[in-house]
Design a binder for this molecule. Structure first.
Ligand code: SF4
Length: 117
C-alpha cells in the first residue's frame, strides 16, 4: 500500500495558512469596496455632469480625489455632504440639492461641499 504524500502535518500547515489568510482577504476586499466609486448612475435618473450646468459652475468631479480645487480638503466627498440626499440613494448615487436634485456619486465633490452636522 502506497503511503499518502499528503501527511497530517501538511494538512495542518495548510489549514493554519487558510485560517490566517481568509480574514486578511476579507479585510482587503471590504476596504477596496469602500474605496471604489460607482461608475454608472442609476437608470432613468438625471445625472450631474461635471462639464455643464451646475456641475461645471460648482466644479463638480465624480471622484473627489481628482479635484485640483484649492477649497478641496482630503476626506471630503458627496457621501459626507449635507446636500447629498442619502435617503434616496441608488447604486452609490443620490440626488444633490445644489445640483438641482440631479444624482451625484457618493465619492464626488464640488465647491459647495458642506460637511453633515
Ligand atoms: S453639494 Fe455636496 S453632495 Fe452636492 S455635489 Fe457638492 S459636494 Fe457633492
Amino acid at each position: 500500500m502506497e503511503k499518502s504524500k499528503f501527511s497530517r502535518r501538511s494538512f495542518f500547515k495548510l489549514a493554519a495558512t487558510a485560517v490566517a489568510v481568509v480574514p486578511l482577504l476579507t479585510k482587503v476586499t471590504s476596504s477596496l469596496a469602500a474605496d471604489s466609486c460607482p461608475t454608472t448612475g442609476p437608470a432613468g435618473k438625471a445625472i450631474a455632469n461635471p462639464l455643464e450646468g451646475m456641475g461645471k459652475t460648482l466644479q463638480y468631479v465624480v471622484d473627489a480625489k481628482t479635484s485640483k480645487n484649492p477649497k478641496f480638503k482630503a476626506g471630503s466627498k458627496c457621501g459626507t455632504c449635507k446636500f447629498y440626499n442619502a435617503a434616496k440613494a441608488d447604486g452609490g448615487y443620490a440626488p444633490c440639492t445644489m445640483m438641482g436634485m440631479k444624482y451625484v456619486t457618493n465619492c464626488g465633490w464640488c465647491t459647495s461641499f458642506a460637511a453633515k452636522a
